[in-house]
Design a protein around this ligand. Structure first.
Ligand SMILES: C[S@@+](CC[C@H](N)C(=O)[O-])C[C@H]1O[C@@H](n2cnc3c(N)ncnc32)[C@H](O)[C@@H]1O
Length: 528
């Protein structure tokens, strides 16, 4: 059941987080009383008798130099010499220790699941200040564009169709370090409650800290509406969200999905009005179970007509690159299919992009069970030596595909069609930000699965096209339908100026950053 107000929700974690300090205070006072007793009463473990004789060491113990040593007493080394030797020994030991640690880490990584790798990676990404991100970051243009795209999705799709609900609820299924909290605080309807989940515990602590900081700053500003926020460490693909009490209280349908062949509609009341999953959905495409777990959580959390917004790597771009590189290797002519960089063709030029009849890839006979045909270029018989991974990118990012794909037990598809849709692993590396294994999300396969969970596509555009909706290199203005749409376009362009994407109407994002951004697309589904 949905809470009638946020007062019905459990108290925010802010008060819980005061506990450690309280504990510290209590521990402190206990210690001081101990100290005072120590002066008058001997400590129970204080030594009253001489130390026990150490047990005799075995004769072959290298440390055992006294026993059985009949040679004349050794001359003491000069202190400098001794110090040098021990320093060398110390260095050698340190190097050995480092090597051992490296091996242990490599072993751990080899045995780690991909979810653990993603968690450990994101936990270890340094949290840098806003100032650094704006000035010193090598990818500040890309960071600004990514942030603007996420804000744009929030601004465009967090506006409900009908009258606004009394309390707007938002669920972020991979909130990371809380980078989107501020964007939600500036949403058309400020959420009454934002629930942020992430598998990375350190990131969740940082997100809480960020939210507390924002609360502190806003406290003095009268009239400013504040958003309540709660944060949870949760694997949002592998575990049901009904584990979280607040989510159950807002509303969660544990039966969402194609159970008994019937698509469950969204909840009429209760549930979240918007579910967000920014730059994270692709981690679920390791296996069918994880994808279905993720979709069940999205669909289960959404109220009827609720929105699901996300950004992730664009499989059209990946397919186009894989085809191009494999064809170049085999000496075949490049195909004319798809645009050069795999850009998504705008699906509907004069609307918000929604045209369910017009998929961007041929979806006619899409069948998750049908394997793609490996072409001669991808067959092992033609490869005399094991080939290096298929790789592309620029000075900011690299995508690296191993030729053999153990999870799919197939080779990379030279026709660019990833079947089955799960388990196609690649390594993505981005300056300062990401260095982890990821999985292709074949768009049509994903869309077909989403439909099984009652999620209907409303909008899908590549990052470059999202920008082109509000700005182009020409005169920067182009006709849009209706006054409302024009106002929205102007607002988003003004937002792009404020967020450092545009400056005085010119693009502030460099070519390399733009190319890196072209790897991604943004989309919105609604719950039927
Ligand atoms: C690129 S970061 C994006 C963070 C945030 N959404 C943003 O846009 O700044 C990807 C996030 O997905 C999270 N993630 C990966 N697998 C997850 C899972 N199974 N459950 C929850 N979060 C996951 C990672 O821990 C990481 O914080």
């Amino acid at each position: 059941m949905a809470p009638s107000s946020t007062a019905d929700l459990p108290p925010s974690n802010v008060s819980e987080r005061r506990q450690p300090n309280e504990r510290k205070r209590k521990r402190g006072s206990a210690l001081s009383s101990n100290n005072s007793t120590r002066t008058s009463t001997p400590h129970a473990y204080s030594r009253r008798s001489p130390p026990r004789q150490a047990p005799p060491k075995p004769a072959d113990d290298p440390e055992n130099e006294e026993e059985g040593d009949r040679s004349p007493p050794r001359k003491l080394k000069r202190p400098g010499q001794g110090a040098r030797i021990s320093r060398e020994q110390f260095e050698a030991r340190r190097r050995g220790q480092e090597e051992e640690d490296r091996q242990r880490l490599a072993e751990k990584q080899q045995n780690a699941t991909n979810a653990e790798l993603a968690r450990d990676h994101y936990n270890n990404v340094e949290q840098r200040g806003r100032q650094w991100r704006q000035t010193d970051s090598k990818i500040k243009g890309l960071r600004n564009l990514n942030n603007w795209i996420k804000s744009t999705l929030i601004q465009k799709f967090s506006r409900p169709e009908g009258p606004p609900p009394e309390h707007y609820f938002v669920l972020d299924m991979a909130c990371g370090k809380g980078g989107d909290i501020g964007k939600w605080e500036k949403a058309p309807i400020v959420p009454a409650l934002y629930v942020g989940c992430d598998i990375a515990d350190i990131s969740i602590n940082q997100a809480r800290g960020r939210y507390d900081e924002a609360l502190r700053k806003n406290r003095g500003r009268h009239g400013r509406q504040t958003m309540q926020a709660e944060f949870y460490v949760q694997d949002t693909f592998g575990q049901p969200l009904s584990n979280i009490e607040t989510i159950r209280k807002v509303g969660f349908n544990p039966n969402a999905g194609p159970a008994s062949g019937v698509i469950q509609p969204g909840m009429m009341s209760g549930g979240f009005h918007c579910v967000s999953m920014m730059f994270a959905l692709h981690y679920s495409f390791e296996s069918e179970d994880l994808v279905r777990g993720m979709l069940k959580n999205v669909a289960g959390a959404l109220v009827k007509r609720g929105r699901f917004i996300a950004v992730m790597p664009n499989s059209d771009v990946i397919s186009a690159q894989v085809m191009k590189l494999l064809r170049a290797e085999s000496g075949a002519e490049p195909t004319k299919e798809g645009s050069e960089d795999g850009e998504v063709e705008p699906e509907d030029d004069d609307s918000d992009g929604w045209d369910p009849e017009k998929p961007s890839e041929p979806a006619d006979d899409w069948d998750p069970e049908k394997p793609s045909e490996p072409t001669p270029a991808a067959l092992p018989e033609n490869n005399t030596a094991p080939k290096a991974p298929l790789e592309w990118g620029n000075s900011l990012y690299t995508v690296r595909f191993p030729r053999d794909q153990p999870l799919t037990q197939r080779q990379l598809p030279a026709d660019g069609v990833f079947r089955p849709p799960y388990g196609w692993k690649y390594h993505y590396q981005l300056e300062e930000a990401v260095d982890v294994p990821e999985f292709v999300v074949p768009w049509e396969g994903f869309r077909a699965l989403a439909e099984e969970y009652g999620l209907e596509l409303m909008y899908r555009k590549g990052f470059k096209e999202v920008l082109k909706e509000v700005w182009d290199e020409g005169d920067g203005t182009f006709p849009v339908d209706g006054e409302g749409a024009q106002r929205e376009q102007e607002d988003l362009r003004a937002l792009a100026e404020r967020m450092g994407v545009l400056k005085g109407g010119s693009l502030e994002v460099g070519d390399q950053d733009m190319e890196a951004a072209g790897f991604y697309h943004a989309f919105c589904f609604y719950k039927t």
